[in-house]
Ligand binder design. Structure first.
Ligand SMILES: Nc1ncnc2c1ncn2[C@@H]1O[C@H](COP(=O)(O)OP(=O)(O)O)[C@@H](O)[C@H]1O
Ligand SMILES: [Mg+2]
Length: 251
């Protein structure tokens, strides 16, 4: 459904994306993994139409995508606190991007879907924890009924326990809404827990693809190896995610 065809992007003559080429099918969970500065967020901004490619094209269902016809591809950012107006209540956050009036029932139902209840509608973002606010941001995206949601490091920086809960939530939402997820992270464990395919970016281009997760994982580029080695670092609290993976697999 998404085709990214030989996409290049320059900023002030600096080539940030170089010949990015891939496609993804409806309903896939695709990871985009890479070190910081490899162009993942730039690619995400191009995919949602916040920026234009210098050359190449991005197609959604065979046509160039324009957000003007309705937001079909949405981005959920890492830092939820900067993604919302701190003075807004949860209700205002949820409804700000919708043109129409959203019925109270729909708001309550979407909050329930992300594991929050009606009482949150009147709270302001300052009264919520990071994980709760990220749930609100996910609910806000869901209310716009996108076909694709891109999570740009959306779980990075959260407590591993919360990461596990949100992974479980995304997995359940996927069953309900049948969306396509693009999951951007530098953390292999997070991608591994939810993706059926991982693209690896290095220096502005896609250098590797992981499609099979049995040991030993087959890789083709040193950048992938570096990311896998780094993901063994105990700071990533693997136990949490390993447990999570088992529940995902047996679901
Ligand atoms: N608007 C911009 N203007 C100039 N350079 C940019 C801009 N956005 C990103 N870059 C540069 O592009 C490179 C890739 O950035 P980014 O896409 O944020 O990488 P990642 O998300 O993988 O960390 C970085 O070197 C960054 O400085
Ligand atoms: Mg980034």
């Amino acid at each position: 459904m998404i085709e990214c065809r030989h996409v290049f992007k320059q900023f002030n003559k600096k080539e940030v994306l170089k010949d990015c080429h891939f496609s993804l099918k409806k309903g896939e969970n695709v990871g985009i993994m890479g070190e910081s500065g490899t162009g993942k967020s730039t690619l995400a901004r191009l995919l949602v139409g916040l920026e234009k490619a210098s050359s190449g094209e991005i197609l959604l269902d065979g046509k160039p995508y324009s957000a003007k016809e309705g937001a079909k591809v949405l981005l959920v950012f890492q830092d939820a606190t900067h993604a919302v107006n701190p003075l807004f209540t949860v209700k205002e956050i949820l409804t700000e991007a919708r043109q129409d009036t959203v019925a109270q029932d729909e708001l309550v139902s979407i909050l329930n879907d992300v594991g929050l209840d009606e009482s949150y509608l009147t709270k302001t973002s300052r009264q919520l924890s990071g994980g709760q606010l990220q749930r609100v941001c996910i609910a806000r995206a869901l209310l716009l009924k996108p076909e694709v949601i891109i999570f740009d490091e959306a779980l990075s920086g959260l407590d591993p326990l919360i990461q596990g809960q949100l992974l479980r939530l995304l997995y359940q939402l996927k069953e309900t809404y049948q969306q396509t997820y693009i999951f951007i992270s530098h953390d292999f464990n997070l991608c591994y827990a939810i993706c059926n395919r991982i693209l690896v970016m290095f220096d502005g281009t896609i250098v590797d693809e992981i499609t099979r997760f049995e040991n030993p994982i087959q890789i083709h580029h040193p950048a992938t190896q570096n990311l896998l080695v780094e993901s063994q670092n105990p700071k990533y609290s693997k136990c949490q995610l390993r447990k999570m993976m088992v529940t995902l697999e047996t679901k």
